[in-house]
Design a protein around this ligand. Structure first.
Ligand SMILES: O=C(O)[C@H](O)COP(=O)(O)O
Length: 207
């Protein structure tokens, strides 16, 4: 029986995560902690006996490097890896580069939480999660899901909000429940899908 294996992982800690800056489409690298998180994620996947037939990642360095570090741990450094900006983090627009605490001081805790976690409210000049779903979900349906349903084992290394967009659909979350859903850096979500593309099982491989 086909595994229909789909593993999603948010990139390890980035330089701007450490500095508490809104990042979006900006392109900082991983911190040493972020490298360690990605490496440990690969080791946890290896301990489960998992390997992949193809990987997908975004056009941003922090996700690409996380993907490479995971595949290195699995002995799969040469694996076909598709890079596409459809999997990029949500664009934080005018907030990109601002400190999140400064933003809270300027606009208030609630407004910043709404910009970060609500479904259909966009940060100024940026994308709402709904906008992010509108580019991630079609890409998933066209490029990723058909492979999983054919039995290819797929790894997706991306970002907190581009993956929240996908997890919202997989976990059947709603605009009311998505605001409380967070993804930790470097923690793989191991999904196995049913033949009808619904979720059969989900494992969160926390450290
Ligand atoms: O883009 C960013 O700032 C982070 O990767 C995600 O930020 P958030 O957790 O504030 O959405």
């Amino acid at each position: 029986m086909s595994e229909r294996l789909l593993v999603l992982v948010r990139h390890g800690q980035s330089d701007w995560n450490l500095k508490n800056l809104f990042t979006g489409w900006k392109d900082p690298g991983l911190t040493e902690k972020g490298v360690a998180e990605a490496t440990a994620a690969g080791q946890r996947l290896k301990a489960l006996g998992l390997s992949f037939d193809i990987a997908f990642t975004s056009a941003l360095t922090r996700a690409q490097n996380t993907c490479s570090l995971i595949l290195e741990q699995l002995g799969q450094t040469g694996l076909q890896t598709v890079r596409d900006q459809a999997l990029n983090e949500r664009d934080y627009g005018d907030l990109s580069g601002l400190n999140k605490d400064d933003a809270r001081a300027k606009w208030g805790e609630e407004q910043v939480h709404v910009w970060r976690r609500s479904y259909d409210v966009s940060p100024p000049g940026g994308e709402s999660l709904k906008d992010t779903v509108a580019r991630v979900l079609p890409y998933y349906c066209q490029e990723i899901l058909p492979r999983v349903l054919r039995g290819e084992r797929v790894l997706v290394a991306a970002h907190g909000n581009s993956l929240r967009a996908l997890v919202m659909v997989l976990d059947r979350l709603t605009p009311q429940t998505i605001p409380s859903m967070e993804l930790e850096t470097g923690v793989p979500l191991v999904y196995r899908l049913n033949a009808d593309s619904t979720v059969a099982s989900k494992q969160v491989l926390t450290a």
